[in-house]
Ligand binder design. Structure first.
Ligand code: ZN
Length: 278
């Protein structure tokens, strides 16, 4: 098992997530000096979205790669083609910096489940035990990190959009540094990792006009990655009703009340906690 020394660090895939953009704008020299043995490249993925302080200009860049064969002529499709070309020039590890408005804490997202990615995430977790590992299988290869076999998203929250908070900035930087040192000193030695695997999406109740009729229930608000009973209160409707959700097993919610998911009416995603053998 070996990882390439070429590492592409992407920030600003979402133009309103300023933590990654700040790292890209201020820490490139620091990181290059700290890791001279790695070939670090930096990509500011969506500068047009950053200018207008939005997640994207025409469409979500972190979903655009699934449409590369279609003629969509969006700004993000153009950027997705350019970024994919850079990534696929030579083998590399891709690290994409994100934040969430959800109370997720510090997480690493793996979209391509292989021994290298699981080991790298596990090594980071050894250094920084509060880091959780999420598995988000990406069969459509829509995420930027999925354009290489090796890649991790750093997802830290809660952070409001277009805001820099010192804690999440420090945490993102520490996770990034840990990933880079573990790429440099990559070793086999972890036989299993605990991961939260995405299992099902739960959507807000809506009326026929597609308006929300309920919000997240106060019982689960902010409780990302905390185990839920099989039956739990998911929503509280605006006419005072409590709305239950019944799952088949005890699951763990993520991205509860994420601002970016309101347009699609996605309220949260349920995960299974499992052990992955490497
Ligand atoms: Zn993002």
């Amino acid at each position: 098992m070996i990882l390439p020394k070429r590492v592409i660090i992407i920030g600003g895939t979402h133009g309103n997530e300023w933590t990654g953009i700040t790292i890209l704008q201020n820490y490139q020299d620091f990181l290059k000096n700290k890791f001279p043995e790695l070939e670090l490249e930096f990509i500011f993925a969506n500068p047009e979205a950053y200018k207008i302080e939005k997640r994207f200009k025409d469409e979500d860049l972190n979903r655009s790669c699934q449409f590369l064969n279609e003629n969509r002529s969006t700004y993000e499709q153009k950027r997705a083609i350019e970024i994919q070309k850079i990534i696929q020039k030579e083998p590399c590890v891709v690290i994409d910096l994100h934040t969430t408005t959800s109370n997720m804490g510090n997480t690493l997202i793996i979209s391509n489940e292989n021994a290298e990615n699981l080991t790298l995430a596990g090594l980071v977790q050894e250094n920084l035990p509060e880091t959780k590992i999420l598995l988000a299988p990406d069969l459509l290869k829509k995420y930027l990190i999925s354009q290489s076999s090796f890649g991790l998203m750093i997802e830290v929250g809660p952070v409001p959009n277009n805001v820099i908070r010192p804690g999440p900035l420090k945490d993102s930087l520490n996770i990034l540094i840990s990933i880079l040192s573990n790429i440099h000193n990559f070793r086999v030695g972890i036989s299993e990792v605990e991961v939260y695997e995405e299992a099902c999406d739960v959507y807000y109740p809506q009326n026929q006009k597609n308006e929300l009729t309920a919000c997240i229930h106060e019982d689960i608000e902010g409780n990302d990655l905390i185990k839920l009973p099989k039956i739990f209160m998911a929503f509280q409707s605006f006419n005072g009703e409590e709305i239950q959700y019944e799952a088949n097993e005890e699951m763990y919610p993520i991205f509860i009340n994420e601002a970016a998911y309101y347009p699609s009416r996605l309220a949260f995603t349920l995960c299974r906690k499992i052990i992955k053998n490497i």
